[in-house]
Design a binder for this molecule. Structure first.
Ligand SMILES: Nc1ncnc2c1ncn2[C@@H]1O[C@H](COP(=O)(O)OP(=O)(O)OP(=O)(O)O)[C@@H](O)[C@H]1O
Ligand SMILES: [Mg+2]
Length: 404
């Protein structure tokens, strides 16, 4: 079917886009060739001069152009050059008159796909078109293979990265557990010798160490399980204040036992939010535990305080955990969320904040940190009230300003 350019509906890119731009100044040739090409199954757009053909080409980018070499105005070779100068991969077949061999050969230099001579023999036309189509399909396949190859190479390197991350993780976990087992051995030794010497004090001392080490191993294993499961989130609508109260309750006795003041400030108007409760609970407890550790490790102040607050700010819920413990220097702030980063030696695994961060990000929320060495730290956890996919936000870590 020969289409008038103005009414032409360009077909979407299918397997092979069978559109031909036919360019000839002679109306009879356009008509006859148009019918033949339509019979071959092509959709034909006809143009009667080079300028018009080039305009149509720029707009529709047809894969095949069949053009007369000699035309008034822009001739076929100029049209070919203009098409190729755009970096186009279109196959351009030249129609040459008798005795135009020089021009035909010149057109090959400009990357014409082939030429056919007038009067046009249908078989030669078919052969030239088939060759052009084969080249287009071949290029398409090559592109597909290259893309697949690139994808495979990317997958392979991702697999390698995952394997080396797994190796690193296993190595570090084993190292942490080894350290905790050494602590456990020490505790057991104290218990043993306490028994032997019937020294109750020593036995109790050893037993405390054993319990501490077992607790740390349990925490580490639970964290690892939580992380490695990468489970689907199980969302629930929960009341913010009730959730904050429950979270605080888990750690409250630990805080008070250590003579640290604990201030809870939960805004009753915060309403509810949509979260995976055990996950967010464990994230906030990790942060609260760090606050306790920071207070215990700080010998520069006589009294310590942890403030845990919850409130609503437009469409998100904000939890804050502030402590007046050791605070952090910039280097620590920068590494804070890195897996296995810990400044606590055998007392820490460096899993806590890594997990907390990934949980909050999964909720589409973020954790911001402000801290100042020697003064204290404030963690701000923002969680959208309504879960809308895991739009992960960037985290912010900044030094605590004097005013905050
Ligand atoms: N409130 C805080 N004050 C001071 N330093 C902190 C605070 N919170 C975190 N940190 C620093 O960040 C590091 C990483 O914390 P993270 O919770 O990931 O690991 P950890 O507490 O060392 O070990 P664990 O995996 O047992 O929680 C800590 O070792 C500590 O140096
Ligand atoms: Mg921690």
């Amino acid at each position: 079917m020969v289409l008038d350019f103005e009414v032409m509906k360009y077909p979407g890119s299918g397997k092979l886009n069978k559109t031909i731009l036919l360019v000839d100044d002679e109306a009879d040739i356009r008509d006859i060739l148009g019918i033949t090409l339509s019979d071959f199954g092509y959709q034909v757009i006809a143009a009667d001069n080079g300028e018009k053909a080039f305009r149509i080409f720029c707009e529709l980018n047809p894969p095949i152009v069949l053009t007369d070499i000699k035309m008034p105005g822009m001739d076929g070779i100029t049209l070919l050059q203009k098409i190729k100068s755009q970096g186009s991969e279109a196959e351009v077949i030249m129609i040459t008159g008798h005795g135009d061999m020089d021009l035909a050969i010149r057109s090959l230099k400009y990357e014409a796909s082939g030429f056919i001579t007038k009067p046009i023999n249908v078989d030669s036309l078919e052969v030239a078109l088939k060759r052009a189509c084969d080249k287009i399909l071949m290029r398409e396949k090559l592109r597909e293979y290259t893309e697949n190859l690139e994808r495979l190479i990317k997958e392979k390197s991702e697999l390698q990265d995952n394997l080396s991350a797994l190796g690193l993780m296993l190595g570090t976990i084993s190292h942490s557990i080894k350290g905790l087992l050494t602590g456990l051995d020490g505790g057991m030794y104290l218990v043993d010798s306490g028994f032997k010497k019937e020294n109750l004090e020593k036995t109790a001392e050893g037993w405390t160490v054993v319990k501490q080490m077992v607790g740390r191993i349990r925490k580490l294993i639970l964290d690892i399980l939580f992380y490695s499961k990468d489970r689907e989130m199980s969302l629930e609508k929960v009341d913010v204040c009730a959730f904050a109260e429950e979270t605080a309750m888990v750690i409250e006795s630990k805080i008070l036992d250590r003579q640290i003041e604990f201030v809870k400030d939960f805004d009753p108007s915060a309403g509810s939010f949509e979260i995976d409760p055990p996950a967010v609970n464990s994230a906030i407890i990790n942060i609260l535990e760090n606050a306790v550790d920071a207070c215990l490790r700080d010998i520069s102040k006589s009294s310590h305080k942890i403030i845990f607050s919850a409130r609503q700010d437009s469409n998100q819920i904000i939890f804050e955990v502030s402590d007046n413990g050791t605070g952090m220097d910039q280097e620590t702030i920068d590494k804070l969320f890195t897996l296995f980063f810990s400044t606590k030696g055998k007392q820490g695994t460096g899993f806590g904040l890594f997990i907390a961060d990934s949980i909050i990000r999964k909720h589409g929320g973020s954790i911001e940190v402000k801290s100042k060495s020697g003064h204290g730290t404030q963690f701000r956890i923002k969680i959208p009230k309504i879960f809308s996919g895991s739009a992960e936000k960037l985290r912010q870590t900044v030094p605590l300003s004097k005013s905050s």
